[in-house]
Design a protein around this ligand. Structure first.
Ligand SMILES: C[S@@+](CC[C@H](N)C(=O)[O-])C[C@H]1O[C@@H](n2cnc3c(N)ncnc32)[C@H](O)[C@@H]1O
Length: 243
């Protein structure tokens, strides 16, 4: 399935073609749970920011119906070509901006994955996004998410400013322009806004949308370049349920 993906830019990191960071070859904890759910899901699954399908493709293999949504139609085309004919019948690709350009039926999904995508949304847009996800999930459905944190790579340079903003009570202390700190080779591969999260801020937003949090923990991928690691808390993994 991976033969159609672009070459790795750095260890385990596949570049997106719309300058929205990278797709990891390795799945993080929440994405692995999403793939596990695909073995038993009664309703379709939604992969937001699906890119080339690191999570969608194994979920299709497991027999699920998957809606793969991404800003990049060309990434979705590669995903679609990577699925076999039978899997393509259970794959819906949607080249749209989430949450603004998409609406699904209420209570129509068993699970939703936001793999390294919620951190491209500003605070109010994140609230709207979580509200939609909550409505689209059936009772008992699960939200899985992976986001970056102020510990990741060159975003560590925002650490002190993040703590100052948080201490004074800013509602969304993690909104920065990543181009202010990225190295030249990464600057053009990133958008103008990045939203770094810690457990307090992401947890508050997810609970406010009506979810019960099952897991919210820091982690780092096993297959990840040493130069982007700092303290092992470079990413957050979240699993939450709609009761
Ligand atoms: C960093 S990649 C993550 C890929 C994969 N989910 C993973 O976890 O490795 C982010 C993907 O989200 C997409 N994306 C970013 N903002 C989006 C939005 N508002 N709506 C839909 N897709 C978006 C980008 O086009 C990109 O393919």
């Amino acid at each position: 399935m991976e033969s159609k993906w672009p070459a790795e830019l750095e260890q385990g990191l596949i570049p997106t073609d719309d300058n929205m960071g990278i797709m990891t070859r390795e799945l993080g904890p929440a994405a692995r749970e999403f793939v596990e759910l695909s073995k038993t899901a009664a309703l379709p699954l939604l992969d937001i920011g699906a890119a080339y399908g690191n999570a969608t493709l194994p979920a299709l293999k497991n027999g699920a119906t998957v809606v793969a949504l991404d800003l990049s139609p060309t990434e979705l085309a590669i995903l679609q070509q990577s699925a076999d004919a039978e899997e393509q019948r259970r794959l819906v690709v949607m080249p749209v901006r989430f949450p603004q350009e998409v609406n699904l039926l209420n209570s129509s999904l068993s699970g939703v994955l936001g793999g390294q995508v919620l951190h491209f949304l500003d605070g109010p847009t994140l609230e709207a996004a979580l509200g939609k996800i909550h409505r689209w999930l059936a009772p008992g459905g699960r939200l899985y998410a992976i986001t970056i944190t102020p510990s990741l790579s060159y975003y560590r340079k925002f650490w002190d400013e993040y703590q100052v903003r948080k201490a004074r009570g800013d509602r969304w202390p993690g909104v920065f322009n990543p181009k202010d700190v990225a190295t030249p080779e990464w600057r053009d591969r990133l958008p103008d806004l990045i939203h770094l999260f810690d457990t307090d801020i992401l947890g508050r937003a997810v609970r406010a949308a009506g979810f019960e949090i099952e897991t919210l923990e820091y982690f780092c991928f096993t297959n990840f370049p040493d130069k982007h690691r700092t303290d092992g808390r470079e990413f957050l993994t979240l699993t939450a349920v709609k009761r």
